[in-house]
Design a protein around this ligand. Structure first.
Ligand SMILES: Nc1nc2c(ncn2[C@@H]2O[C@H](COP(=O)(O)OP(=O)(O)O)[C@@H](O)[C@H]2O)c(=O)[nH]1
Ligand SMILES: [Mg+2]
Length: 194
């Protein structure tokens, strides 16, 4: 599997635009600004492939990236952005519901902030995966901003707050230094049975 062979396929604003070709789909979710686009770029080893730092919450669309013609990354719009209008938030909620109801998600990749306790929105998101019995990998991004001595405690707090079992991979990751990139690729490979 060559994760650098990543191509943008399309954006979907509603259910009829979702991709249904039978390939596995890893759905990437996270709070706005947590570094979701940066993590996707780090996987692909590109600089500005998935757009970094554009106004959060603006795009009510799912972006589909095809990796080495083997699986899709479905990049859901970030959540928890305070300045989003209610109409935009409702649209986001509907898109999410439609996507999960479609049964297309093979695997969830939930990005959280390695520095902080997961937010209520993070917990809600994890509960969506649990209710659909979708396997999840948790990526605790921005670990480069933590002191090494803080990391074990932070990881325990993330595991406890999200209430995930020991079987659920939790990686202290950095999209800046690429720390744990190899572990993430192995976890993706394994979870998607590529
Ligand atoms: N220090 C550090 N900054 C990061 C990391 N990942 C992303 N960022 C920064 O966090 C901000 C938001 O990143 P972005 O990928 O746009 O987040 P998104 O809104 O979740 O897609 C940008 O300024 C990134 O440069 C990381 O691992 N470490
Ligand atoms: Mg982004």
């Amino acid at each position: 599997m060559d994760f650098t062979k990543m191509e943008f396929i399309k954006s979907a604003a509603s259910a009829r635009d979702f991709i249904r070709d039978g390939l596995p789909q890893a759905v990437f979710v996270g709070r706005s600004n947590v570094g979701k686009s940066s993590v996707i770029n780090s996987i692909a080893r590109r600089k500005n492939f998935a757009r970094v730092g554009s106004r959060p919450g603006k795009t009510g669309q799912i972006n589909f990236f095809l990796v080495d013609k083997a699986f899709y990354i479905a990049d859901l719009p970030g959540y928890g952005y305070a300045e989003v209008s209610k109409a935009e938030r409702d649209r986001w909620g509907r898109l999410m519901e439609d996507y999960f109801a479609s049964g297309l998600a093979t695997l969830g990749v939930q990005i959280v902030d390695a520095r902080h306790k997961p937010t209520a929105d993070d917990v809600t998101m994890m509960n969506v995966f649990k209710s659909h019995a979708t396997d999840v990998i948790v990526v605790a991004n921005k670990a480069d901003k933590c002191k090494p001595s803080e990391l074990p405690g932070n990881m325990t707090r993330i595991r406890e707050t999200l209430d995930i079992s020991e079987d659920t991979p939790l990686l202290s990751y950095s999209a800046v230094t690429n720390a744990q990139r190899e572990s993430l690729l192995i976890a993706l490979d394994w979870a998607l049975s590529l």
